[in-house]
Design a protein around this ligand. Sequence first.
Ligand code: 5GP
Length: 112
Amino acid sequence: MTLFKKIIDRQIPANIVYEDDLCLAFRDISPQAPTHILLIPKQEIRSMADVRSGDQTLLGHMMVRASEIAATEGLSKDGYRLVINTNENGGQSVYHLHIHILGGRALTWPPG
Ligand code: 5GP
């Protein structure tokens, strides 16, 4: 079982900022920006590389929620970044799909 599944199941604590039937959002334990939230599906999808066409509604739902969470956090006007690290080269460390919502400072590009 992944760490994020344990957060969904309330086996380990997290600072939860949003929840509905399909997804959960909580603050990253090691924030890389003033606002750093992780948005995860409750369904266990390992990574973007494991997404299937049947996941379309869920992933669309999550993108809308990500925009709303960013707005609630006051990030919309100045901007923010959504990141989905995928597998080894993408730098993924937890194998439960998650969208990083990063904001509150100017972010550099390109990534390292
Ligand atoms: P990845 O590197 O897989 O894209 O992102 C995993 C993220 O999970 C990292 O930003 C890391 O700080 C965060 N993380 C790891 N363990 C925990 C934890 O126990 N609680 C929370 N809230 N975030 C965690």
